[in-house]
Design a protein around this ligand. Structure first.
Ligand SMILES: Nc1ncnc2c1ncn2[C@@H]1O[C@H](COP(=O)(O)OP(=O)(O)OP(=O)(O)O)[C@@H](O)[C@H]1O
Ligand SMILES: Nc1ncnc2c1ncn2[C@@H]1O[C@H](COP(=O)(O)OP(=O)(O)OP(=O)(O)O)[C@@H](O)[C@H]1O
Ligand SMILES: [Mg+2]
Ligand SMILES: [Mg+2]
Lengths: 265, 265
């Protein structure tokens, strides 16, 4: 099972939109996909039409009560399941502060479902706290969505530092597989410059021993498309909401690239 | 002295861009403006060409060492001064956890400079932690930048709850003066719908006793403009970087609205 953590401590860069739509595109190929919403904001859950109402079982119960994943999951369709988030996750940071092995609680829940899915995707909150660390500890790989803006580059160093710490101390197999350029303003010099800086950086790490030494900047850029911003309001993926939009085209292409296949229809 | 906190716990919604450019436009009218960068990311400082190098005196020293504001400030021009941020602010949350009156440390530093400026603007990090609370405690009013997207509306309730708590327990004179629509995708139905929802909400609070009962949704929307994303990379305000761009036009109009005057040239 490929276990993918979608991570960036910067807010509003496209983590949830990417997790939702890449996951849905992968599921459309017949592969079995489980999504886990690790964000107290519960935006992935909402994006998939699952309202985080107060009594709903969620990943919060998995982390704080050892609830098995199978008891928290929701079947969206045959190939796409979701473990929703819950507002109580906001308190998890505090509640888990002195719990033994608090960074690996999610990883410990993995074995139960290891042979039931082909791909696991975890949407993380915009922070490097215990929820995101649980995502990193449970993952085999990291996808980093990024907006090609000057200020966006400033946070990448800290993010990579954290990934390296988790890889060294908790999860030796963790790698950064790729950087996703989101909200790409096509035709602007800024997007081209930032993209080129990122590619240089990734190239220069090729012979290093860093967890990002084999990372790529995906060739597929996700262009700005209002349909992508509208679809969460309907609780639908871009493919159910506007299947011929640029947003759907771009995310299908990106998912194909993530899978290493030609294309997804 | 009008003391304005620019606040939204959601990331990447335009807080820094708004603080920088509204502040600069206000200063261009001859009013004396002090900006305080309360974000460990130090994006406001960078936006104004001030690199947060390791030994620089900053607002961190004001909060943790009682350094007077006058000893941390940088004169950008005669009317525009800045108290920069510093990476060490990231540790402030932890360091201040058991300090008596930790929410009013910045407010306590205000008297020294009270008659030296006409407007104070504080750029807050994307969180509701101790740094943002210091901004709220030191402020007379709050500006809330917001991206007119569905998911953006989800966080507003929590933000207003926090503002109300601060107003009740720490700062009775605090009001929300306005909501700034940033990164406005003109001509889209989504932006129009979210804007209309926000206006309805604000109208319905008119007779309440809430701190937002006299808030307005500013008529000036800040349209998406790549120049606004480029200018931080040059350490310049939009007026120094691209004075005839839509970004400059919009922020000058918004600043005029904030001041309650006809226009700014
Ligand atoms: N390519 C795009 N074009 C237009 N809007 C987009 C695009 N990608 C995402 N959005 C919108 O931008 C906003 C931020 O995206 P998203 O929620 O995916 O970011 P995030 O990194 O998950 O944010 P957070 O840090 O709050 O979790 C959302 O309102 C989303 O609908
Ligand atoms: N109207 C706009 N058009 C295009 N780009 C914009 C606009 N406003 C802001 N940006 C860019 O979008 C990104 C986010 O804006 P900004 O940094 O002001 O948000 P923020 O709320 O301060 O983020 P944070 O939560 O990280 O502090 C930045 O790269 C900025 O340069
Ligand atoms: Mg998200
Ligand atoms: Mg900011």
């Amino acid at each position: 099972m490929r276990r993918i953590a979608v991570i960036n401590q910067k807010g509003g860069v496209g983590k949830t939109t990417s997790c939702c739509n890449v996951g849905a595109a992968i599921a459309s190929t017949g592969r079995r996909v489980l999504m886990i919403d690790l964000d107290p904001q519960a935006h992935l859950s909402m994006h998939l039409g699952v309202d985080p109402y107060p009594d709903r079982t969620s990943v919060y119960d998995v982390l704080t009560d050892n609830l098995p994943l199978s008891e928290a999951l929701i079947r969206l369709n045959d190939n796409l399941h979701l473990i929703p988030a819950h507002i109580d996750l906001a308190a998890a940071e505090m509640e888990l502060v002195s719990v033994m092995g608090r960074e690996v609680l999610l990883r410990d829940a993995m074995p139960e479902i290891a042979d039931q899915y082909d791909v696991l995707m975890m949407d993380c909150p915009p922070s490097l706290g215990v929820l995101t660390i649980n995502g990193l500890a449970a993952a085999t790989e990291v996808l980093i969505p990024l907006q090609p803006h000057f200020l966006a580059l400033q946070g990448v160093g800290k993010l990579l530092e954290t990934i390296e710490l988790v890889q060294k101390r908790i999860n030796p197999e963790l790698v950064v597989s790729g950087i996703i350029l989101c909200m790409y303003e096509a035709g602007t010099r800024l997007a081209a410059e930032v993209t080129s800086d990122l590619k240089d950086f990734v190239e220069s790490s090729r012979d290093s021993q860093k967890p990002w030494s084999s990372a790529k900047v995906f060739d597929t850029f996700i262009r700005r498309n209002i349909k992508l911003a509208e679809s969460p309001g309907y609780g639908k993926t871009i493919f159910d909401y506007a299947q011929s939009s640029n947003g759907a085209i771009d995310y299908a292409m990106l998912a194909a690239e993530v899978l290493g296949i030609e294309q997804i229809d």
